[in-house]
Write a protein that binds this ligand. Structure first.
Ligand SMILES: C[S@@+](CC[C@H](N)C(=O)[O-])C[C@H]1O[C@@H](n2cnc3c(N)ncnc32)[C@H](O)[C@@H]1O
Length: 248
């Protein structure tokens, strides 16, 4: 049996990627997504970057085995340090922690027109960071893959949104014209974690997504002793459980 290369998680992420000339897949590992960027016409060229030699070697071998090898450049290095200023319009970063993604974006070498991000944790902080940097979160998806819950989002640099509008892509005129639910969202809102667009759209997995977030917090509370009930951590978790229940 051959393993499915583009997992359900990667397929869901893929739906968020706008069309551009050059897109980087940072933390490419196997290189599957970088290949699909070119194969499915999302990018004319792709840069597949990884900081570790083993994953980069497997990406190189896979890319070389495809019919789009001449359009994909595999590069060894930390984050977006493998690219030069002006070389690309956007980056996809999947399957690593949100804080690492934030560091990668911050280290540059420049702020790109768009990022498609699928953080494994730190979603609230990453969303807040992107908004602070002058980006608008325009699309969000939630998905499950092999029983695990994931979320991903597309951020576009404010003022550059119209460049990526297409009739059938992830960014339509209606996407841009819609009210931005992150505008004036208090820093403390759990919607930074849940996804304010997801909450507005309530896709089929909405109840599962919320039940999962609730379960994590209720399990953590159940693991705490009575003596911990007065700690800040306990109180914060209990407040989150209350807010989640109100949002379901
Ligand atoms: C869990 S894998 C995810 C692979 C793929 N992006 C996906 O979502 O299926 C994380 C990959 O990121 C790479 N990585 C971790 N830190 C990185 C960094 N600072 N810069 C580039 N790649 C990094 C790892 O070597 C690994 O190949």
């Amino acid at each position: 049996m051959t393993m499915k290369k583009m997992t359900d998680r990667l397929e869901a992420v893929f739906t968020l990627i706008p069309k551009a000339e050059v897109i980087a897949d940072i933390g490419t590992d196997h290189g599957y997504l970088a290949v699909e960027l070119v194969r499915r016409g999302r990018a004319d060229k792709a840069i597949a970057g990884d900081v570790n030699k083993g994953p980069l070697a497997s990406a190189k071998a896979y890319v070389a085995s495809t019919d789009v090898a001449q359009f994909i450049n595999c590069r060894l290095g930390n984050g977006l340090q493998v690219v030069k200023k002006g070389e690309l319009q956007g980056a996809v970063i999947c399957g690593m922690g949100g804080f690492l993604m934030r560091d990668i974006i911050e280290a540059g070498p420049e702020l790109l027109d768009f990022y498609v991000l699928q953080p494994q944790n730190g979603q609230a902080e990453l969303r807040q960071y992107m908004v602070q940097q002058g980006y608008r979160i325009v699309r969000e998806v939630i998905m499950t893959d092999m029983g695990k819950h994931y979320q991903a989002f597309l951020t576009l640099k404010k003022g550059r949104e119209s460049v990526y509008v297409t009739a059938d892509g992830p960014v339509t005129q209606a996407t841009i014209d819609a009210k931005d639910p992150y505008d004036a969202l208090p820093d403390t809102s759990l919607l930074w974690l849940i996804g304010a667009l997801v909450q507005r759209e309530k896709p089929p997995l909405w109840q599962d997504h919320m039940a999962h977030l609730l379960h994590i917090r209720e399990s953590a509370l159940a693991g705490m002793t009575d003596a911990m009930a007065h700690t800040e951590k306990y109180q914060a978790l209990a407040a989150e459980v209350k807010e989640l229940k109100e949002l379901i």
